[in-house]
Design a protein. Structure first.
Length: 448
């Protein structure tokens, strides 16, 4: 039987320490500081979007302090899928797994579009889509080579990306004018604050991808809390710094519909021919690469975990016998992402990814409450502070965000639900396949 042969399959290898996990937590997200968020200014204005970002920063801080309890207690490559499966059974696993896959499969194409936009900013003859597809090919290959090599690269590019954001703030600071930031600050009022939620989420989206690398973390019970908490604090500081300085650099309305807002904002202060601009474009690419690379890693682990448990075709659960990486899931991640990239719909991809993320957050927070009641004796190396207040704050803000995204984006919501219907059809059609793969397999892996 398939279930009997599975233990003989090669497993993922634990190679990630605290510094590597911090770099993954920050690197997964840091592209959100370089692009995507400025679409929120179109909906809310600068001050309106500042309010939106404060609200979403509170959501993410509360969520990460809650989510860390689950990740440290259940270090499983499926992340939210494994938590919901354990708490609510197969249907809970399906909902959380689908939402997580949407988030992590559709965020990289948006980042690939920004990579192309940054290159196109410097070299106008280079097509945006071509850059994105080449990036997919290179980083799928890098991830297949091995997690140790992948994490070394992630640390390198994340440190450079953080340094470059600090340089951006320092260069733009002399040109900052409060009058620029306060020009037409809330054109759509409170409705704009709500409409901009998906783009504030983009500042922090994907930090939860650390959970998908949990089986590859050394000493997960202590490493995961340290990596998560240091990561979210780093990102909060960078998000507000980038947004405020860019908004005061000049006419912020010129940045609301482009995928390269930081070079444009810097150009308002120092001129487009400045060497600082060339450095920002060159080094700033590392921020996009850090997230692109990290999310591809996390997406492939989610595919691998879902396939291993019978929710996706079993061939995606293969692990390379020498590299110990889920090579088929990585290739599938690249193919799916390249197709989405060619749609050219960056804003819609961001919104879809945010919709998947918020759905997954709700599933995970509900799982946290359920497991506190159903498994009080589960070893929890990290416990959510001020429970249940902190997770209740995260849950309330997540439900609010979900309602707002659905209300302002009916077409994207319909696409998201249509995808779930297809996932449900596959789930029903493959019931016998999962019958051979007991949920105990997920439990035993999670409790290693």
């Amino acid at each position: 039987m398939e279930a009997e042969r599975r233990p003989a399959q090669p497993a993922l290898k634990a190679e990630i320490g605290v510094l590597g996990l911090w770099s993954l937590a920050v690197g997964l997200v840091i592209s959100g500081e370089y692009f995507g968020w400025s679409y929120g200014w179109a909906a809310a204005g600068t001050v309106g979007f500042l309010y939106t970002t404060l609200l979403i920063a509170l959501l993410y801080v509360a969520f990460i302090f809650s989510f860390t309890e689950l990740t440290a207690a259940i270090p499983h490559a499926g992340g939210p899928f494994a938590y919901a499966l354990r708490a609510f059974g197969p249907m809970g696993g399906l909902i959380a797994g689908y939402a997580t896959l949407v988030e992590f499969a559709l965020a990289p194409p948006a980042i690939a579009a920004a990579l192309g936009a940054y290159i196109h900013f410097q070299f106008e003859s280079v097509p945006v889509a071509a850059v994105g597809i080449i990036a997919y090919a290179l980083f799928v290959w890098l991830n297949i080579l091995g997690v140790k090599q992948a994490m070394r690269f992630e640390l390198f590019v994340t440190v450079l990306a953080v340094a470059e954001l600090l340089v951006f703030m320092a260069v733009v600071a002399p040109g900052f004018r409060l009058a620029n930031f306060m020009a037409n600050p809330m054109p759509a009022g409170f409705a704009g604050v709500l409409a901009a939620i998906p783009f504030a989420i983009w500042f922090f989206l994907a930090i939860e991808g650390v959970a998908m690398a949990a089986e590859e973390v050394k000493q997960p019970k202590t490493t995961i809390p340290r990596g998560y908490i240091s990561g979210i604090l780093t990102l909060v500081v960078l998000a507000f710094g980038v947004m405020i300085f860019a908004g005061g650099a000049g006419d912020w309305t010129r940045l609301t519909a482009i995928d390269s807002p930081l070079p444009e904002a810097m150009a308002m202060v120092v001129g487009k021919q400045s060497g600082w601009i060339h450095m920002l474009v060159a080094v700033g690419l590392f921020g996009l690469l850090a997230s692109f690379h990290g999310i591809i890693l996390s997406c492939s682990r989610q595919m691998y975990a879902l396939a291993r448990s019978g929710y996706l075709p079993p061939f995606l659960a293969a692990v390379h016998p020498l590299r110990r990486t889920p090579h088929r899931a990585l290739v599938a991640t690249g193919i799916l992402g390249a197709i989405a990239l060619l749609s050219g719909a960056t804003s819609e991809l961001i919104t879809l990814s945010a919709l998947g993320a918020i759905t997954m957050y709700i599933c995970s927070l509900l799982a946290l409450f359920r497991l506190r009641r159903s498994e009080p004796n589960l070893e929890r190396p990290f416990r959510t502070p001020l429970f249940p207040v902190v997770p209740l704050i995260a849950l309330a803000l997540s439900v609010l965000s979900l309602g707002v995204i659905v209300y302002f984006n009916p077409g994207v919501t319909a696409l998201f639900l249509g995808g779930f219907v297809l996932a449900l059809v596959y789930y029903k059609a493959t019931a016998s396949q999962r019958a051979e793969l007991s949920v105990d397999h997920v439990r035993s892996t999670a409790e290693r």
